[in-house]
Design a protein around this ligand. Sequence first.
Ligand code: ADP
Ligand code: MG
Length: 379
Amino acid sequence: MSAGSADHAALVLGIETSCDETAAAVVTREGRVLSSVVSSQVPIHARYGGVVPELASRNHLVQAPPVIAQAMAEAGIGLDALGAVAVTAGPGLAGCLLIGMQVGKSMAYARGVPLVPVDHIQAHVWAPFLSDARDAGAATRGLAYPYIALAVSGGHTSLLKVDGPGVSTTLGATMDDAAGECFDKIAKLMGLPYPGGAHIDRLAKIGDATRFDLPRPLAHKGLDFSFSGLKTAARLAWAAASAGLDEGPALDAVRADLAASAQAAIVDVLVDKAFLACRETGIARLVAAGGVACNEGLRARLADKAPRRKIAVHVAPARYCSDNAAMVGGLGAALWQGGAGLTGRELTRAGIYVTSRRAVYAAVGGAAKAGARARGEAR
Ligand code: ADP
Ligand code: MG
């Protein structure tokens, strides 16, 4: 799409810097992605085995301007085509969020367009509505509110009842580690590169999932999650099975079998609780979102088991499951359409939040805030 064919000032620039991806995207009011650029910091953090917050925020500062410029160029638009700027306000790493928020504020203020603060988790669970040249988007396949969302990433694991764009109730959450963290830690103990989720997914395809009998924590017991015990069980299993083995085919087999066994345990718990949430609420629409929703074992299990339970499953393409700015621009556009957006002095006061969602409800104003309050959901 070129600037000439773009509805004047109807496009939204999304900015995402909550953790270790610097991302920018241009999205239409209807959630059609014109460009989505993600600059990953994985090579910077890999040698530390996890994200180093200070390095992450410094790198966002370096990467944000060129990533935004690339997103604008790939969409074929100039700044005058932007009607709003949407930016992740939280949750995430404070220093990282501050960079994106400051860049978003500066651009919105300078252009005289509204700034829409967006919640990172709400953006993840909204992502299936995105459409692009390769994918028509879940809206066209019948996704509608309310729906149940399984939000699973490196930092978050929760089950939400989603009633509208950015409006949800938390039904359950992890009491300790996130599912992605569990994938990453088990990968790390087996000597796989960071982040390990995708490596476990790859090895699980060739491993024997029945070799290690790992626990399914809290399975069939409510909608909260716990992964720390599973992590410990995997560590003990690895220590016992790898003892005395040098690098070679036997150790590779242990790695693949433990990857398959651990993935089976995690997927069992996630799918069990997601279906339980559907059953308890009587809602038969389920979204899986966040980086862990890239997991092919999880996707296959959902696709296999849901039809028998008459549940329609919607999972965004992998490029919109792991951290990206298209989901931020898309949810931002939906909120903007609903009357949200900060200008003038209000814009300059927009803040970030590390764990709580309170700030975004206080900041977005208009319909979204009133709706959330009326339902008693702002927390
Ligand atoms: P964040 O946690 O910062 O929001 P993402 O939403 O991008 O980040 O999720 C990253 C997490 O997703 C990491 O823990 C990573 O290991 C995990 N992940 C990515 N791909 C897969 C996969 N195929 N299988 C399992 N986990 C995956
Ligand atoms: Mg994320």
